[in-house]
Design a protein around this ligand. Structure first.
Ligand code: NAD
Length: 336
């Protein structure tokens, strides 16, 4: 039977001001694990959202925040509290496929140099904390083999974002081989939910439908996504971080898909949003965007077998929760 690793008292969460990082930090605090949050609180999307997430975390006992850039290894080394961590959950990154066409160097800094800095931090830490880090379903590129399995070849990234995430996996593999660092890479599949990301379709679609503006529907709506609700993702991250794996220990570095295992048609996703909002979307049909992929579909048998991961939230429930939260949050934004 799985029980919590007893030795975990303190965790570092990078990207703590971000969507997934803030939830993971709350989930750790709920389990009486102290959290050292790190984030550079950049303005890739509205900073007030990051500030609000940090306010909620700051109000909790056991949370300490350090504003720092993970690409600045010297700055990280100066955060003495990191030495106390039993585990590092590394979620900070420059996210977003489309923005990687506009600002490629942000991806090189946060995702390549930043990931390397975290590996160096782990390598030189006295107690060698375990590392859980975020990868992405985008590493599968435009693969038409479904579902996507961790055993598939992933050598054809179609965006710079995907290339940096795959590079992170390879950097981690080299550090596992060189220094025997214990690591888990998680390939997240389209995560959504309250306190989510303004650059993602569920957010912009909701806002535009609410305010009667057109939504841009790429590939003329012919897309499928394995949408994964934030609570399910957090459960998976916490399981890999805190539970001993049920498999016989193998290589120190393992990579898992973490998705819903149920791809949904984009048009169905829009229909649910329309129902929840009570208003029809004005759809502007557009071709496929460079860097985008037509479908994602996670094979989650490995993480289910090793960590008991079982996503539970339907798209209907998840979007209902998001729309309810968003209606309230947009008052903060003074959106009319
Ligand atoms: N949300 C998704 O659907 C999804 C899908 C696949 C992978 N991921 C990955 O999961 C992780 C978390 O994503 P998210 O959705 O919470 O994104 P997010 O943008 O909300 O969170 C990332 C956080 O990292 C911080 N950050 C970025 N660069 C930094 C740097 N150089 N130094 C310090 N902090 C920095 C940002 O300020 C932000 O708060 C990322 O690694 C992302 O690539 C997310």
């Amino acid at each position: 039977m799985n029980t919590q690793r007893t030795n975990i008292k303190c965790a570092v969460v990078t990207g703590a001001a971000g969507f997934i990082g803030s939830y993971v930090a709350h989930a750790l605090l709920d389990r009486n694990i102290r959290v050292i949050g790190i984030d550079n609180v950049n303005d890739y999307y509205i900073p007030i959202l990051k500030q609000k997430r940090l306010e909620r975390l700051g109000a909790r006992e056991g949370f300490a925040f350090h504003k720092a850039d993970i690409a600045d290894y010297e700055a990280l080394k100066n955060i003495e509290a990191i030495a106390e961590a039993d585990i590092i959950i590394h979620l900070a990154a420059q996210a977003g496929v489309r923005y990687s066409l506009e600002n490629p160097f942000a991806y090189a800094a946060s995702n390549l140099v930043g990931h390397l800095a975290i590996l160096e931090l782990v390598r030189h830490a006295k107690n060698t904390p375990r590392l859980i880090y975020a990868s992405s379903s985008s590493v599968y590129g435009s693969s038409t083999k479904a579902p996507f399995s961790e055993n598939d070849e992933v050598t054809h990234p179609v965006s710079l974002y995907a290339a940096t995430k795959r590079s992170d996996e390879l950097l981690s593999e080299s550090y596992a081989n060189l220094y025997n660092l214990e690591q888990i890479g998680l390939r997240f599949f389209t995560v959504y939910g309250p306190w989510g990301r303004p650059d993602m379709a569920y957010w912009t679609f909701t806002e535009n439908i609410l305010s009667g503006k057109p939504i841009r529907v790429f590939n003329h709506g012919d897309m499928m996504r394995d949408f994964t609700y934030i609570d399910d993702i957090v459960e998976g991250v916490i399981a890999t971080a805190l539970l001993p794996a049920s498999f016989t220990p193998g290589p120190p570095h393992k990579i898992y898909n973490i998705g819903n295992n149920k791809p949904e048609r984009l048009m169905h996703f829009i229909e649910i949003l329309e129902r929840e909002i009570g208003r029809k979307a004005i759809m502007q049909m557009e071709p496929m965007q460079p860097g985008d992929v037509p479908a994602t579909y996670a094979d989650i048998s490995a993480i289910s077998k090793d960590y008991g991961f079982t996503p539970k939230t339907s798209l209907e429930t998840g979007l209902r929760n998001f729309v309810a939260w968003y209606r309230d949050f947009r008052k903060t934004l003074s959106v009319k």
